[in-house]
Ligand binder design. Structure first.
Ligand SMILES: NC(=O)c1ccc[n+]([C@@H]2O[C@H](COP(=O)([O-])OP(=O)(O)OC[C@H]3O[C@@H](n4cnc5c(N)ncnc54)[C@H](OP(=O)(O)O)[C@@H]3O)[C@@H](O)[C@H]2O)c1
Length: 181
């Protein structure tokens, strides 16, 4: 099977780390764009070290830094973004860079939840779904190849909260009622 060169943005995060491990498992050459501050955070640097040992190429940069985005995008065929819901609008510069580079065969924006075009939770979702829809329209307007992944809720996150509605202690996970994710 032909291998894709895959860039993942968000490998120090919850989902992005798993995505990087999955692309490695299928032997796709894997690259990660990582903000410089993550290297000095003990928890994140541990994750980065293990990915680097597993042959992920770590590139320093940020969704807000066009030069680093272009340098990273030019090395790959596929871009997967896994920034958090509150950061999705930061993907606009990435979309513009992908369009300008002309080398990306597939872009997967940060969604990985309910279909944002079909979901409206008035005043309770911090506009996450509206913003994910806004990114869809932005991607489509730029005419780049894309795949949207709508996978509903991750039950491993949700179920523990159902039996503990007061929410987790700091660092233990997500509380869908009281916290942004
Ligand atoms: N379906 C579900 O049940 C479910 C549950 C949770 C999440 N999700 C979805 O999954 C997606 C990822 O969420 P998550 O919880 O995994 O996110 P997360 O843990 O908060 O991770 C966000 C990642 O984005 C990186 N990042 C942030 N700003 C950046 C920037 N300017 N440039 C480059 N990287 C940047 C962070 O890197 P740093 O280390 O530099 O901060 C981190 O690696 C979201 O779309 C979310 O809605 C779905």
């Amino acid at each position: 099977m032909e291998k894709s060169r895959v860039l993942i943005i968000g490998v120090t995060g919850n989902l992005g780390h798993h995505l990087a491990k999955a692309t490695l498992q299928f032997s796709h050459p894997t690259f990660a764009l990582v903000r410089p501050s993550s290297f000095s955070d003990p928890h994140k640097s541990h994750k980065l070290h293990s990915l680097s040992n597993a042959s992920v190429t770590l590139l320093q940069g940020s969704l807000e830094d066009e030069e680093s985005l272009m340098a990273a995008v030019k090395q790959v065929d596929v871009v997967i973004c896994a920034v958090s819901s509150k950061q999705v609008l930061l993907q606009k510069l990435l979309v513009q860079v992908i369009k300008k580079s002309g080398c990306i065969k597939r872009f997967i924006p940060s969604e990985f939840g309910l279909d944002p075009d079909k979901t409206r939770i008035s005043d309770m979702d911090y506009n996450f779904y509206k913003q994910k829809s806004e990114i869809r329209r932005f991607v489509e307007a730029h005419g780049i190849p894309y795949t949207y992944i709508s996978c509903n809720f991750y039950m491993s996150y949700l179920l523990p909260q159902l039996v503990r509605p007061q929410g987790p202690s700091e660092g233990q996970g997500y509380n869908f009622w009281r916290r942004e994710y």
